[in-house]
Design a protein around this ligand. Structure first.
Ligand SMILES: NC(=O)C1=CN([C@@H]2O[C@H](COP(=O)(O)OP(=O)(O)OC[C@H]3O[C@@H](n4cnc5c(N)ncnc54)[C@H](O)[C@@H]3O)[C@@H](O)[C@H]2O)C=CC1
Ligand SMILES: O=C(O)C(=O)COP(=O)(O)O
Length: 386
């Protein structure tokens, strides 16, 4: 029986996806963690932990290097909540362009009087502008960014996408009406709206700071539904104060931006829809089961993605350092133990490699597994039985 520990609220549909071989509980001695935004940086990973699945896209809450070195595979479910974010971003773009929030407050505050007496006079104060014909810059055109770009284009916006690492899957999703540009400057200069959809990492922290704000057009509306810190909030306050930025809308509050009329803050609700939470949790549950049963690393964010049909009877999976002669060391140990290799596959991702070896039998299992584990640079070894 595999033990699965959950963090955060995980949609029931995902929990119901687990078969009878999996027990969901709060015990730390788990084979799998199923999480959302819970911060894993200060959580100890138990020795038996083999996999962490993040229901959702962003995985900056997980210490990838520590997990890898403990032989733990980490996965996300990118795309599972992309539509939820797209709809929220479009909603907030409409809200800002049509002054929806101040107009609502006005109507609410005047609800005691006969509102029709004030309406015709008041509407002049809330005159908005339309999205059609305006320029939108989308920074990061992955699962979320591509959907936002396509929806904005369908609303008649002139959309510019900047993503130096765009993969081919994402490129296929982007409408031909989107202009792909090669620099941040080309994307954001003259844009009426700028929206950021990149993962948070060392490179993207402060991606939108004073330098980029300086390039923007006066009166720009800036949106951050990615993560806190990707847009520099200290700089945002400066550029809101000098009216270069007209509105800042974000899913991530911080004291310095709260309580302003020109800031719209939501409590991290981008992926908080029934549909997105169901998609993410079921995908994460399936990923955990597949990895534990077959070693399939499709959608891993810390290991190379490797899939090899598992016909049995035995499979050895190894997470290890990506260094010369490693595969030779593994096969030498198996050869010395008289093991015949049926199939083998190996792939690498930066400093880490992953190897799957199917064998038709293994005598003295524990001894061979221990020998493999003792190789310098081997982080994790598992034996799977069909
Ligand atoms: N507010 C919320 O509840 C949610 C927030 N998010 C955030 O949005 C981020 C993006 O999500 P997805 O689109 O699903 O991820 P994704 O991985 O599909 O797309 C991210 C894109 O950003 C690009 N990128 C990376 N570095 C870049 C850089 N320096 N400049 C320009 N582009 C860069 C990548 O090439 C990729 O195409 C997540 O990492 C997460 O932090 C995602 C879902 C919900
Ligand atoms: O998927 C993401 O990156 C999100 O930010 C959504 O986070 P959540 O699952 O709502 O805690």
């Amino acid at each position: 029986m595999y033990q699965v520990k959950t963090y955060n609220v995980i949609a029931q549909e995902g929990l119901d996806t687990f078969t009878k071989d999996y027990q969901i509980n709060k015990s730390d001695h788990a084979d799998a963690f199923l999480i959302r935004s819970a911060d894993m940086h200060h959580v100890n990973f138990p020795d038996r932990l083999k996999v962490i699945a993040r229901s959702g896209a962003g995985f900056n809450n997980i210490p990838l290097e520590r997990a890898t070195k403990q032989g733990i595979a980490v996965f996300n479910t990118a795309g599972s909540n992309a539509n939820a974010v797209r709809e929220l971003v479009i909603a907030v773009m409409v809200a800002t362009s049509r002054n929806l929030i101040p107009a609502y407050h006005y109507a609410e505050q005047n609800s005691g009087a006969d509102i029709s007496l004030h309406t015709e006079k008041a509407k002049d104060n809330f005159r908005g502008s339309e999205l059609a014909g305006k320029k939108l810059a989308v920074i990061g055109v992955g699962h979320v960014g591509s959907l936002v770009a396509n929806a904005a284009s369908a609303l008649g916006m002139d959309v510019y996408g900047y993503d130096p690492y765009l993969n081919t899957d994402a490129a296929w999703r982007i409408s031909t009406s989107i202009h792909r540009v090669d620099s941040m400057k080309e994307a954001i200069q003259n844009a009426d709206y700028v929206t950021v959809h990149v993962p948070k990492n060392k490179q993207t922290t402060g991606l939108i700071s004073a330098k980029e704000m300086e390039m923007m057009k006066p009166g720009v509306h800036l949106f951050n539904y990615s993560r806190i810190g990707i847009v520099n909030n200290t700089d945002v306050v400066k550029y809101l104060d000098n009216h270069k930025i007209k509105t800042y809308a974000t899913d991530f509050g911080e004291d310095q931006i709260l309580g302003r009329d020109d800031v719209i803050v939501t409590p991290h609700i981008g992926g908080a829809t029934h549909e997105a939470e169901r998609n993410g949790s079921t995908q994460a549950a399936r990923t955990i089961m597949k990895y534990l049963k077959t070693g399939d690393t499709t959608n891993s964010v810390n290991l190379p993605q490797l899939r090899l049909p598992f016909e049995g009877p035995l499979r050895i999976t190894l997470i290890h350092q990506n260094v010369p002669k490693m595969v030779g060391k593994l096969t030498d140990i198996l050869g010395d133990a008289g093991v015949n290799i049926d199939k083998m596959s190996n792939a690498s991702l930066e400093h880490t490699a992953y190897t799957i070896i199917d064998v038709d039998g293994l005598k003295d299992e524990q001894k061979v597994l221990n020998q493999l584990k003792q190789i310098d640079g081997v982080y994790g070894v598992r034996l799977l039985k069909k």
